[in-house]
Design a protein around this ligand. Structure first.
Ligand code: ZN
Length: 156
């Protein structure tokens, strides 16, 4: 269909874009989620049910790039299984044993941490440890040093 206004360089038109075009013509209404002005160059025609074969008009909506990307991130829910319980990140972050935000959990998942640690590990410290934490670290270092000195003495 090379004569179609939405045809790409290979002369093809995505079926769902064609259907949306038939509905709206050359001027799209603003993004359905944020109201931003969109054109056929910037618009993403989204399948509400994620089923790309379902090109029913009711299943299609027009989104700006930002909304479409955000939506995709949210819909690819990360499921974590801990002790036989499978929940998405949002649910796990509300678990009373969880001490971090869902963003942190997601970050840990993307780093490949074991699921249990993603949710239940305490938040990481930014920069140097402070107060009692620092004392603990110093004590540990001191003990290690003492041990090393002792070993040297024994070896001598
Ligand atoms: Zn938008």
């Amino acid at each position: 269909m090379p004569e179609h206004p939405l045809a790409d360089s290979t002369g093809q038109v995505w079926e769902h874009r064609k259907i949306a075009y038939e509905r709206y013509g050359g001027t799209l209404p603003p993004c359905e989620l944020c109201g931003k002005h969109i054109t056929w160059q910037t618009a993403h025609i989204d399948h509400k049910d994620e089923n790309r074969a379902n090109n029913d008009l009711d299943n299609l909506r027009h989104l700006c790039r930002v909304c479409n990307v955000t939506r995709t991130v949210q819909s690819t829910a990360v499921l974590l299984t801990i002790n036989g319980v499978t929940q998405n990140v949002a649910r796990w972050s509300k678990d009373p044993r969880c001490a971090v935000s869902d963003a942190t959990i997601r970050q840990r998942v993307s780093k490949g941490w074991p699921h249990e640690r993603c949710v239940f590990d305490p938040p990481a410290h930014r920069g140097r440890p402070k107060g009692s934490e620092l004392k603990k670290v110093m004590n540990k270092k001191a003990r290690r040093l003492e041990r090393r000195i002792e070993m040297k003495r024994e070896a001598a």
